[in-house]
Design a protein around this ligand. Structure first.
Ligand code: FRU
Length: 424
């Protein structure tokens, strides 16, 4: 494999590395970085649909924004099929686990609204059937653009391929609720290039998704984070000294970890409107460590860049492991160098007794972390589970320098606004 300098050039930056040595410091069940147990008697948002990735409406600076006093969230959503013969098992029971596991293939973007920042009411689909060009509408970010209520929804159009796209519409409020109107024309923005970011042709298990646009608080330009894998044919990556880091004797064997090649990508807009983008080298790579750094996002605090991304136990490489949850890195400037928070990167992981209780954490600038419930054990052995597909209790964390601490727990799906915009 080419060195980072050969692959990414000398400008504008070199990716920071999440090393195997960093990941060896990841420990589940440290109470300061572990999500409190989610009880199996959680309420569900809806018996008609599953929801998972949750995307609060926000502005380009990252502030969660309500409109005319209404909070708004977007969610990846799929119908539940309790009566569909396809999901009835041989004993005549609804196989909710299989229905839930199949959800990614039929993911659609829905929105919800609320007066209280919780107790969400279903608004409906953002785009009518047929508007989005692919089968799956995968995660992204809704941005409130102005006081006219214009909203740019950036998301990932998946199958066939994976394209970062956006669609512009408008949020309309009344005394009784919120609607999303005019999301009718989807504009493709970019796809993986095979030079910096791995393509489907290079690896059928590639990841390229989850756009998170933002205005850099320092240079004022429009950028976008996204999830990617480092370019190159699957199996061709090397895990060398830099990727291994400073490990103790006996930890030099990297096994098959060359197959894990996650990165956090970044692109810069060439125009004010965010219609024309140029991909830049990744901000962070996890070659030899982990294969997925999903839904990357920032919190800008104390003049620093706090970069958060979600990852799984099953995507870790040979010889390293960690819980499903959100990981974080901090830098003094946008292009790094980034160092792992808490030494390891782990910020909020599931407890080992309930390893799949939550996922898809989003850290908001007020320190509140929202996620969804995946599955919670209902017996001691953990063989019986209850599927979620609904909002998890929100967790509060404190971010201090290079450390984070769990400090609070709130209600299910509590996503309070940080700003309210009165529409004109
Ligand atoms: C995270 C995620 C995203 C993707 C979506 C697909 O939970 O894997 O990366 O956009 O879910 O359902």
């Amino acid at each position: 494999m080419k060195s980072n300098t050969e692959k990414f050039g000398k400008t504008p930056h070199q990716p920071s590395l999440w090393t195997r040595a960093d990941a060896l410091k990841v420990h589940a069940d440290d109470p300061t970085t572990t999500q409190p147990l989610v009880s199996a008697d959680f309420p569900v948002l809806s018996n008609e649909v599953f929801i998972w990735d949750t995307m609060p409406l926000r502005d380009l600076d990252g502030n969660v924004t309500s409109v005319d006093g209404w909070s708004v969230i977007f969610t990846l959503t799929a119908d539940r099929h309790p009566n569909d013969p396809q999901y009835i098992d041989e004993n005549g029971n609804y196989d909710i686990t299989r229905d839930w596991n199949d959800r990614h293939g039929r993911a659609k973007m829905y929105y919800w609204f609320s007066r209280t920042g919780k107790d969400w009411e279903l608004g409906g689909r953002v785009m009518a059937e047929g508007v989005s060009p692919t089968a799956r509408e995968w995660a992204g970010t809704p941005i409130l653009l102005n006081e006219q209520g214009e909203v740019d929804l950036y998301y990932t159009a998946v199958t066939p391929g994976a394209t970062i796209v956006k669609v512009r519409g408008r949020v309309v409020t009344t005394q009784h609720g919120v609607s999303m109107v005019g999301f009718e024309k989807v504009k493709p923005l970019f796809e993986a290039d095979g030079k910096m970011y791995q393509t489907e042709a290079q690896n059928p298990f590639w990841g390229f998704r989850d756009p998170w646009p933002f205005r850099d608080p320092n240079d004022g330009k429009l950028y976008m984070l996204f999830e990617g894998n480092v370019a190159g044919e699957r199996g061709s990556h090397t895990v060398g000294e830099a990727e291994i880091g400073d490990v103790p004797p006996g930890y030099e064997d990297v096994g098959n970890s060359r197959f894990q090649t996650a990165c956090v990508g970044i692109a810069v807009a060439r125009d004010e409107d965010g219609d024309d983008w140029e991909m830049l080298p990744p901000l962070l790579t996890a070659v030899g460590v982990n294969d997925q750094t999903e839904r990357p996002h920032f919190v800008f605090q104390d003049g620093k860049y706090y970069l958060f991304t979600i990852s799984h136990t099953f995507t870790y490489a040979d010889g390293v492991t960690g819980p499903d949850g959100v990981y974080g890195f901090v830098a003094d400037s946008l292009f790094g160098p980034y160092v792992p928070l808490n030494g390891s990167g782990l910020v909020l992981g599931n407890p080992s007794s309930q390893p799949f209780q939550t996922y898809s954490h989003c850290v908001m600038p007020n320190g509140l972390v929202t996620s969804f419930i995946d599955s919670v054990p209902t017996d001691e052995s953990g063989t019986q589970i209850r599927i979620g597909g609904t909002e998890a209790p929100t967790v509060g964390i404190k971010i201090k320098g290079q450390q984070t601490f769990v400090v609070a727990e709130y209600d299910y799906g509590y996503i309070p606004p940080m700003l309210d915009v009165t529409l004109k």
